[in-house]
Design a protein around this ligand. Structure first.
Ligand SMILES: Cc1cc2nc3c(=O)[nH]c(=O)nc-3n(C[C@H](O)[C@H](O)[C@H](O)COP(=O)(O)OP(=O)(O)OC[C@H]3O[C@@H](n4cnc5c(N)ncnc54)[C@H](O)[C@@H]3O)c2cc1C
Length: 346
């Protein structure tokens, strides 16, 4: 099913900080962007239009909000700003031309992009209902999802600001975690990084690791073991998170004996990796071994396919912050605009 004969100048896929920023810049450059904002999902992990910040309460490090802002409020502002410049969004009702008040309880759902045929231009961008859209350029900003254990209370407390987080750099400095015993789940380099970072604020950090050896590189493992504030709990997996409004303990199971015990903590941080949302692009453009989109040039947003640009956490396994994602969204829109101009498409 083809949408019509129109060829979009740019289609943006994703509605996190990278996607909405790309849309704002593209719209202000008169590129009339069309956005696939994504359909909410809870399996394998929670994915929402608005992106990962929809899963967090306080955002204290996004510049321009000296008192902090909740993740959903911040993303609502992004969307509203994109709407102000007439960004169109693919929904159940066709294109939504004006979402100037996205909090208004809309009765339609945003759509996923199912696949993109990048083998020829214009690209064919296929929506979840098989409608085909044609586009001269595409900006991919589909982000990544932090991997969660998948426990009901873990998800509940993560969403309510109850002391469960998947980002130590984002949340570790919040007053609620100060001088508390904190737990980090994971045994890789990022788990050690997160645990070391948290020792700045915590009275003690317990790393919960399911094996009897860290997966982290030798140098990182040594860093964890040499840190007097870090204790590693070997052969343990979390099987429940306890606490009503605020986490009080993690229930641990010993992987060797099967014994269960409670570890009293004031915060739980998941550091068991991220999964970039790039599955729908496989075979179309180059991904790295962890499935992040490979950029063609450092500091740019160009990819292995001319006319396709990447931005945010789906290209970045290093920084993973809202501000860096927004910056990359801006770069992608500027790169797309310049590339379209070079093609004679204004
Ligand atoms: C719990 C938590 C707390 C955090 N706190 C902070 C913080 O305080 N400060 C900070 O700077 N950063 C924080 N981060 C990190 C920050 O959220 C991310 O770095 C940022 O959201 C990345 O933006 P993005 O636009 O690249 O991707 P995302 O925010 O992941 O957004 C991706 C978007 O793409 C959509 N999508 C995916 N696939 C498709 C598809 N096929 N079709 C259409 N749409 C699709 C999704 O629905 C989503 O809207 C936190 C992260 C987590 C998990």
């Amino acid at each position: 099913m083809s949408q019509d004969n129109a060829i979009e100048k740019v289609i943006v896929v994703g509605s996190g900080p990278a996607g909405w920023t790309a849309a704002i810049y593209a719209a202000r450059a008169n590129l009339d962007p069309l956005v696939f904002a994504g359909r909410p999902k809870t399996v394998p992990s929670t994915i929402l239009p608005g992106g990962q910040l929809m899963m967090t309460t306080e955002v204290e490090n996004y510049p321009g909000f000296p008192e902090g802002v909740t993740g959903p409020a911040l993303m609502s502002q992004f969307e509203r700003q994109a709407a102000r410049f007439k960004t169109r969004i693919v929904t159940d009702n066709g294109f939504t031309p004006d979402v100037s008040n996205p909090d208004d309880g809309h009765s339609y759902s945003y759509h996923d992009c199912k696949r993109i045929d990048m083998s020829k231009r214009p690209f064919v961008v296929v929506g979840e209902d098989d409608t085909e859209y044609h586009a001269h350029s595409v900006i991919i900003a589909t982000g990544a999802t932090a991997n969660w254990i998948g426990l009901e209370n873990e998800q509940r407390l993560a969403r309510s600001g109850g002391g469960v987080s998947a980002c130590a750099v984002c949340d570790g400095a919040l007053p609620t975690f100060r001088d508390k015993v904190l737990a980090v789940v994971g045994g890789g380099d990022s788990a050690v990084e997160e645990a070391s970072y948290l020792t700045k604020f915590a009275s003690k950090v317990c790393m919960i690791h399911r094996r009897d050896e860290l997966r982290a590189s030798k140098i990182m493992a040594k860093r964890a073991m040499d840190n007097p504030k870090i204790e590693i709990l070997w052969n343990k997996i979390p099987v429940d998170v306890l606490g009503d409004d605020m986490i009080s303990a993690v229930r641990l199971k010993d992987t060797k004996t099967g014994d269960e015990s409670n570890l009293e903590v004031g915060g739980l941080f998941l550091a068991i990796g991220h999964t970039p949302a790039t599955g729908f692009l496989e075979g179309q453009l180059e991904l790295d071994e962890k499935k992040y989109i490979k950029l063609a040039e450092p500091y740019r947003s160009t990819t292995s396919v001319e006319g396709v640009f990447g931005a945010g956490d789906c290209v970045d396994s290093t920084y993973r912050q809202a501000i860096t994602a927004a910056g990359m969204g801006c770069k992608a829109a500027l790169d797309a605009e310049r590339w379209l101009a070079d093609q004679g498409i204004e």
